[in-house]
Write a protein that binds this ligand. Structure first.
Ligand code: FES
Ligand SMILES: [Fe+2]
Length: 396
C-alpha cells in the first residue's frame, strides 16, 4: 500500500481507522515535513508564564533545530527570540567556559535574570526589549546597529501557558478550545504555583510516542496494572470533548476508592472543579505538544519537544494550589510519578523496537484510543493529507 493511502486510513471514522504508519515515527524525510507543518506553521506550547515572574527573567528552550530564549522584558512583556548571534551564528547560551553567571548578560545557565544579552564570542550585545543590537565592539558595520536584531517570534498567552508561532502565519489563537477553556478557567489553573521540582528529560523515540501514550488510558490494563488501573479502570475511560485541536480524556475513579490509599494517593489537596465534575482525573492534550493532567488537586503538566526523528525532550511541571510549593507531601506525588514514568519508559523502549522492525504494521484503533485518533486529525490536516471519506469529528 502506498504511503498516502496508509495515511488516509488514519482519517477514517473511529471504528474503521488505523494507527499511523510506522514510517511516521522513524523516517527522516517525514520528520522534516512534519516539523515544519505541525510545529513551525502552527502555535505550539513553549512553557508557562510563571516560569518568568520578574522583568529580566529568561529561560532557554530548544525545539529540534531552533535555539530560543524566552524572556520578560523591562515592560513585563513576554518575548521569544532566537538566541543565535547575528554576527557569526553562535548559540549565545552554549559556551559555559566563557560564562560569568554573576553577570546580568550571561545566558549560559538554563534560566536566570539579565538586563541584556551579550554574545561571549565577540561581545555583541542585544537589547532584551526588542532584540536590537546595542553594542558591537570595534566593528565598522555597513548596516546600522538598529537593522541588526535577533529574530522574534509571535507569542500568545493562554490560561498561563505560552504559545509561539515560528513562521508568523498561523491563524488566530486560541480557536476551537471552547469547553477546554471553560473548564481550565473555572478551575483557575493560572492561579496555581509551579512547584520547584520541575524536570527536563531527554528520551529516545519520536515525539509523537510521548503524546500518544499520554492520550490513552487503554494501557492502564497493561503497563499500569499495579498503579493507575487500581484507581481508574482502562475500560471506563473516555473522551468527553475534543476536536482536531485538543482532546479531554476522562478517567473515572473506581467506585468507593479511598483517595488516601496507594498505589496512587490523591488526597494531598482538595480536588479541582474538573475532578469534582467528572469524579475522576482528566488529561487534556492540546495539540501538538501540551498535556495537562488534573488529579489529586494538582495539575501535572508535560510539554513535549521534538529534537530529532527519534528523540524528544519532556519538560514536566507540577502545579500546586497557591502557597503550597513547600508542602512536604508533594514528595509522595513525585515518587508516584516516578514509578508511573518508569512503567511508561519500559513500554516506550519496546514500542520503538517494534516500530523500527520490518514487521511493523498499522493496527486498528479502538474506541479507547479516540484521543489518539483526534491527534491524527490534527497532524494530517496540518500535513494537508486529504481524506477520501468524510471525517466525523466529535463536535463540541
Ligand atoms: S558570534 Fe556573537 S559576537 Fe561574534
Ligand atoms: Fe502511561
Amino acid at each position: 500500500m502506498d504511503f498516502n493511502r496508509e495515511l488516509q486510513r488514519c482519517l477514517l471514522p473511529l471504528g474503521q481507522a488505523y494507527s499511523l504508519p510506522a514510517h511516521t515515527y522513524t523516517d527522516e524525510s517525514f520528520f522534516y515535513w512534519e516539523k515544519r507543518a505541525s510545529f513551525e506553521e502552527q502555535w505550539f506550547c513553549l512553557g508557562l508564564a510563571k516560569e518568568l515572574p520578574n522583568c529580566g527573567d529568561y529561560v532557554l528552550k530548544d525545539v529540534y533545530d531552533h535555539k530560543l530564549i524566552l524572556l520578560r522584558d523591562e515592560q513585563k512583556q513576554l518575548r521569544a527570540y532566537s538566541r543565535v548571534c547575528r554576527h557569526r551564528a553562535m548559540d549565545m547560551a552554549a559556551c559555559p567556559t566563557l560564562a560569568n553567571q554573576n553577570s546580568k548578560s550571561d545566558i549560559s545557565a538554563d534560566k536566570g535574570n539579565i538586563s541584556k544579552i551579550i554574545c561571549p564570542f565577540h561581545r555583541w550585545a542585544y537589547d532584551i526589549n526588542n532584540g536590537q543590537l546595542q553594542q558591537s565592539p570595534h566593528a565598522q558595520l555597513s548596516t546600522t546597529q538598529q537593522e541588526i536584531r535577533l529574530p522574534e517570534y509571535r507569542l500568545q498567552l493562554w490560561q498561563g501557558f505560552i504559545f509561539i508561532n515560528i513562521n508568523g502565519l498561523a491563524g488566530e489563537f486560541p480557536k476551537q478550545l471552547l469547553v477546554l477553556e471553560q473548564q481550565l478557567s473555572q478551575a483557575k489553573i493560572s492561579h496555581y504555583d509551579i512547584h520547584p521540582n520541575t524536570t527536563k528529560t531527554n528520551y529516545e523515540g519520536n515525539w509523537k510516542l510521548a503524546m500518544e501514550i499520554a492520550m490513552e488510558s487503554y494501557h492502564h490494563i497493561g503497563a499500569h496494572i499495579n498503579t493507575f488501573q487500581k484507581v481508574s479502570r482502562a475500560s471506563s475511560t473516555y473522551v468527553d470533548h475534543g476536536n482536531q485541536r485538543y482532546a479531554a480524556l476522562i478517567n473515572p475513579y473506581c467506585k468507593n476508592i479511598d483517595r488516601s490509599l496507594g498505589p496512587v494517593k490523591l488526597d494531598l489537596f482538595p480536588p479541582s472543579s474538573i475532578e469534582q465534575h467528572y469524579q475522576g482525573f482528566v488529561y487534556y492534550a492540546l495539540f501538538p505538544n501540551l498535556l495537562i493532567g488534573s488529579m489529586g488537586g494538582f495539575f501535572d503538566i508535560n510539554i513535549i519537544y521534538p529534537m530529532s526523528k527519534d528523540s524528544h525532550v519532556v519538560e514536566a511541571f507540577l502545579l500546586v494550589p497557591e502557597g503550597e510549593s513547600n508542602n512536604p507531601g508533594v514528595a509522595t506525588i513525585l515518587q508516584q510519578f516516578d514509578t508511573i514514568e518508569q512503567e511508561d519508559a519500559a513500554l516506550m523502549q519496546a514500542w520503538i523496537k517494534g516500530l523500527s522492525s520490518a514487521q511493523a504494521t498499522q493496527g486498528p484503533l479502538t474506541k479507547l484510543e479516540e484521543a489518539n485518533w483526534l491527534f491524527y486529525q490534527y497532524l494530517l490536516s496540518s500535513l494537508a493529507v486529504k481524506n477520501t471519506s468524510p471525517i466525523s469529528l466529535q463536535e463540541v
